[in-house]
Design a protein around this ligand. Structure first.
Ligand code: SAH
Ligand code: SF4
Length: 439
């Protein structure tokens, strides 16, 4: 979401005549987009500000600005008390940036942190470098108020972009050669444009160009509709990958978190999704050590993770956030205990992904080639429809191409293989079956 927001900011600045530099020491303005969802994200920003202030000593005219959720939360501390930055700009005030930069260059420190009920930046063309995958924010804010979460306070109320503006953007991206779009919202199930809901939006986006893959995140388990499941299932270019954060396996904790669903509902939903889309990939988020979480609550979370056989997941130690309802609850699970629990959940998730990934050895997977692998220029990486990363030796492929890869090796995070000719690729699992019989 922050990558998408930074592209909106870049679009606004480019329109105002600013240009980018690759060298931080050449910059006249440094803007840092921030996250406030957990304390450690904020601590990293403080570290970064220390570094930028060293550049400022060398270049006193340099302006430093904080964008995003942390700006919303720590406006006065950052500008007035600590005087670490010249500007703080919240997520709904990016249009004011050119003006604030101008004022700051005349010595006037600026704060713009009003939240809006309507701002959705739909008329701003985000500045993206050409590539394969693009993020598109289709809605902003969140009205769910999970008791641990600062997002409703830092990003404000829910509001959606028009279906037409999203479809138009996807059309432009397809013409520029993009091959994958991910529609973003804190809770995409709440998307609304008049009579159109999120399923309508997904279908319209999928119809723009069938060679462009469509992904989305995040769906709240309380109100993922049958219509949305049907839409994902019936459109080949909508990826069969759903991030469905459960947060905890304990009904008591879910209630304290105000997640508004029970484990029974969640398990029923997962069954429904898997029935509609066999082979669908499912991932989750889990928070360990929420106030009053007992060993018993932790164990049922582990049980749920094992039962759901998630393809992957993100795990977090509970981090108390000011203003949230849980801030008033006693943070009574020790750091050490949180660490142990989160470690166990992470390990359980790893074990499942490893087994699932290894079961794919010998199969042929269609992937979208994205870029060089991080480790070597001789290798490329791409992803399967189900969002698995695949690394393969480069042999004339180009980013944006769909190719078939025979999977030969796997760890919990990545599959490794080699390209096979398309004519060998029909009937996906045939080779796997052959290999098994020959073994
Ligand atoms: N809107 C998304 C979540 C956005 S925040 C959703 O509802 O799924 C991403 C993840 O950060 C959350 O799913 C949660 O697992 C984690 N998170 C949010 N607040 C947190 C906190 N105070 N402490 C620890 N983890 C937190
Ligand atoms: Fe936060 Fe809950 Fe909204 Fe997600 S749905 S952003 S966790 S309040």
């Amino acid at each position: 979401m922050n990558v998408a927001d930074s592209e909106v900011v870049s679009g606004i600045l480019q329109r105002a005549g600013y240009v980018f530099t690759q060298e931080i020491s050449d910059a006249d303005v440094i803007l840092v987009n921030t996250c406030a969802v957990r304390d450690n994200a904020e601590q990293r920003i403080y570290g970064r500000l220390g570094l930028f202030n060293r550049y400022k000593k060398r270049n006193p005219g340099l302006l430093i600005g904080i964008l995003g959720c942390m700006a919303e939360r720590l406006r006065f501390e950052l500008v007035e008390r600590e005087r670490l930055v010249d500007m703080v700009i919240g997520p709904d005030e990016y249009r004011k940036l050119p003006l604030l930069i101008e004022q700051a260059s005349e010595g006037e420190r600026g704060i713009a942190v009003r939240l809006s009920r309507v701002e959705n930046y739909e008329d701003i063309t985000p500045l993206r470098t050409d590539g394969v995958c693009a993020w598109i924010s289709v809605m902003r804010g969140c009205d769910k108020f999970c008791t641990f979460c600062v997002v409703p306070f830092t990003r404000g109320r829910e509001r959606s972009r028009s279906l037409q503006s999203v479809v138009q953007e996807v059309l432009m991206l397809a013409e520029r050669g993009f091959k994958e779009v991910t529609l973003l919202g804190q809770n995409v199930n709440s998307y609304r444009d008049g009579d159109y809901d999120f399923a309508d939006l997904m279908r319209s986006v999928a119809e723009v160009d069938r060679s462009v893959r469509v992904r989305f995140t995040t769906s709240h388990p309380q109100d993922m509709s049958d219509k949305l499941i049907e839409t994902i299932a019936s459109n080949d270019n909508i990826c069969k990958y759903i991030h469905l954060p459960v947060q905890s396996g304990s009904d008591r904790i879910l209630k304290l978190m105000n997640r508004t669903y029970t484990i029974d509902h969640y398990v029923g939903l997962v069954e429904k999704i898997r029935r509609a889309m066999p082979g669908v990939s499912l991932t989750t988020d889990i928070i360990s050590g929420f106030p009053s979480e007992t060993e018993g609550d932790h164990q049922v979370t582990l049980d749920l993770v094992n039962e759901m056989k998630y393809d992957g997941g993100y795990t977090f130690k509970y981090s108390p956030r000011e203003n949230t309802k849980a801030w008033g609850m006693k943070d009574d699970v020790s750091e050490e205990e949180k660490g142990r629990r989160v470690g166990e959940v992470t390990q359980a998730l790893h074990k499942i992904s490893l087994a699932l990934n290894q079961s794919m050895i010998g199969t042929i997977e269609r992937i979208l080639v994205e870029r060089h692998s991080k480790k070597s220029d001789c290798e490329f990486m791409g992803r399967t429809d189900t969002n698995r990363t695949v690394i393969f030796p480069r042999n004339g492929e180009y980013p944006g191409e769909y190719i078939d890869v025979l999977i030969q090796r796997a760890n919990s995070a990545t599959l490794f293989g080699t390209r096979v000719d398309a004519e060998n690729a029909d009937g996906g699992n045939r080779l796997g079956a052959l290999q098994e019989t020959s073994l």
